[in-house]
Design a protein around this ligand. Structure first.
Ligand code: ZN
Length: 567
């Protein structure tokens, strides 16, 4: 079986000892196929909703990364997935990945030829299909309410039917590990039926995600003793072990690893491929995606986070913005000399980078390193001046550690750079509260009152006056709040001169009121996150006036964007 796999899974390259485990870990495969299910299982995550266009763009990113398989959805389950598979052949130009349609076995008591789920799967037009089957006996008897024999027949008939229609078939053995624990004979019967009918890979699923690495290793070894079929692993992260479980499965002989970039998925998520891929490639030396594409990992992970509109986790292993960040003078200066003493891999291998975190705690060497990271030449005297400036600003409430964009602008200015993209003459923000027809709204005394009356309307309008390349422009725009309105007005004014700004947008806005304890009242710190689809940067503003603080952060964000786009 498995004649046209993407990789050849020869066993016997390395010999690994089982160590403390009581199962044998015989050989590592040379390569595994990476199977991403972000568009199917990953979309089950709360708050994650993708349009068909989003799905197409996520698939492009996964192909760019070079995963072997992209599970696109369940044709027939909803109109969106139907449309995705209808549009994919014309609109998706896949170079490395193979698109997979997901479905289930035929229903109980229905002939495969008459089954609508199978028909939709065939009609989806993909060369590979993945079907889910029950492999936990209790799910068959208690949930499906049919016999174990019928459940096995459902698997055989469905795989055979799909093979007759020329499909390559993967079988997702649902709840496999729970099933194997309770009734291993039935769980194995399901696998054998699929293999016999021509399934190419049997994917063992930890559907409830409750297993620990030893459970997985033992079960996979047990299955391997009874079948020579190609196996896959599909783990959920409910014990926090999805990646570890996937690695153990590979060590026990599995050659297909399913999961989602960024670990998306319902509950605690699916196995995070952004960690599993480098763990396998760099630590276990098992081929996953093409070796020269590993450096695309962090950019693709961030791009996909952008597409699914979920803020990336800075502490996500390998790809997070903080995972190669270093803070503190002594440590940071030592890194400059011997990075390998402080970093488990060179971050560039996965497309990430060492980042020096600069704050008032920083010493001269940290700041000098940060400047070097930005290719800036700062002499000793300038470094000293910047350090003093930094300490003064941090005392006022700035916090450069979390505002990489503003810090870079500060350092560039210190090195003599003067941005001349545009000059601000003035800006103004007006917030109108309209009580509507429902009578006076007593809570709406101040312009910032939330306005609880049903007909209340709060509109914010901003006007900015700027000079761009010798031209004075006045622009006015509305927004759902002051930052939004100012952003819109500024773009209105300078956008025509800088078309690249259309690909740049604010992704987050955070306000914190700081009690400086200096008796002068509270100051407001505003942080703005901005993204151009590939990178996100944070800028900061601090003032006693929230609008002024917001403007500072917004101004830096736009200047930084123009700097990045090389305007
Ligand atoms: Zn799943």
């Amino acid at each position: 079986m498995s004649t046209d796999h993407q990789h050849q899974h020869t066993h016997g390259g390395h010999s690994h000892r089982a160590g403390a485990h009581d199962y044998r870990v015989p050989e590592l495969p040379e390569a595994v196929d990476i199977f991403d299910t972000t568009l199917r299982d990953g979309s089950q995550q709360e708050g994650l909703s993708l349009t068909v266009d989003d799905k197409l763009r996520v698939a492009e990113q996964l192909d760019h990364l070079g995963v072997a398989y992209i599970e696109g959805g369940w044709p027939g389950a909803n109109p969106k997935d139907d449309e995705f598979f209808r549009r994919a052949p014309a609109e998706l130009k896949l170079g490395t990945s193979t698109l997979v349609a997901f479905g289930s076995t035929r229903r109980a008591g229905v002939r495969a030829d008459d089954d609508t789920v199978l028909r939709k799967l065939v009609d989806a037009g993909t060369s590979v299909v993945c079907i889910v089957a029950k492999s936990w006996d209790r799910h068959v008897t208690d949930a499906l309410r049919t016999t174990l024999d019928e459940a096995v027949a459902m698997v055989s008939d469905s795989v055979a039917h799909l093979r007759e229609h020329g499909k390559r078939v993967f079988l997702d053995a649902e709840h496999f590990f729970d099933g194997y624990r309770g009734n291993p004979d039935f769980a194995i019967r399901v696998l054998e039926a699929a293999e016999l009918a021509g399934a190419e890979a049997l994917v063992l699923c930890d559907t409830n995600g409750g297993s620990l690495p030893d459970d997985i290793g033992e079960a996979v070894a047990g299955v391997r003793a009874r079948t020579g079929a190609s196996l896959g692993i599909h783990c959920h992260n409910d014990t926090g072990c999805a990646v570890a479980n996937s690695l153990v499965a590979v060590q026990a002989g599995v050659t297909q690893v399913q999961g989602c970039v960024n670990g998306y998925g319902e509950r605690a998520g699916n196995a995070d491929l952004s960690a599993a891929i480098p763990d396998l490639s760099l630590k276990l030396r098992v081929r996953t995606i093409p070796a020269d594409r590993l450096e695309r990992l962090a950019p693709v992970a961030h791009h996909i986070a952008e597409l699914v509109n979920i803020a990336p986790n800075p502490q996500q292993p390998y790809v997070g913005a903080s995972v190669f960040a270093h803070k503190g003078g002594l440590h940071a200066s030592a890194i400059a000399r011997r990075a390998d003493l402080y970093e488990h891999i060179p971050p560039s291998l996965v497309g990430n980078g060492t980042r020096v975190v600069v704050s008032e705690m920083a010493g001269r060497s940290t700041l000098a390193m940060k400047a070097a990271e930005l290719d800036l030449e700062l002499d000793g005297e300038v470094v000293g001046r910047v350090l003093d400036e930094l300490k003064r600003l941090e005392h006022e409430g700035y916090h450069y550690e979390v505002a990489d964009g503003s810090l870079e602008l500060l350092l560039r200015r210190a090195a003599g750079w003067e941005p001349d993209y545009f000059q601000v003459e003035s800006f103004r923000v007006i917030t109108d509260h309209d009580g509507g027809d429902s009578g006076p709204a007593p809570e709406a005394q101040g312009a910032e009152g939330p306005g609880e009356g049903r007909d209340d309307r709060v509109t914010t309008e901003a006007t900015v006056k700027v000079h761009v390349r010798g031209t004075r422009t006045v622009a006015t725009a509305e927004g759902n709040g002051p930052v939004n309105a100012l952003d819109a007005a500024l773009r209105e004014a300078i956008g025509p001169h800088y078309p690249a700004l259309s690909g740049v947008h604010l992704t987050d806005y955070r306000v914190r009121v700081l009690d400086t304890g200096r008796g002068t009242g509270a100051v407001t710190r505003v942080l703005v996150d901005t993204s151009d689809g590939e990178r996100t940067w944070t800028t900061i503003g601090v003032s006693e006036n929230i609008i002024e603080a917001s403007w500072q952060a917004l101004y830096d964000s736009i200047v930084y964007a123009l700097l990045r786009t090389g305007a």
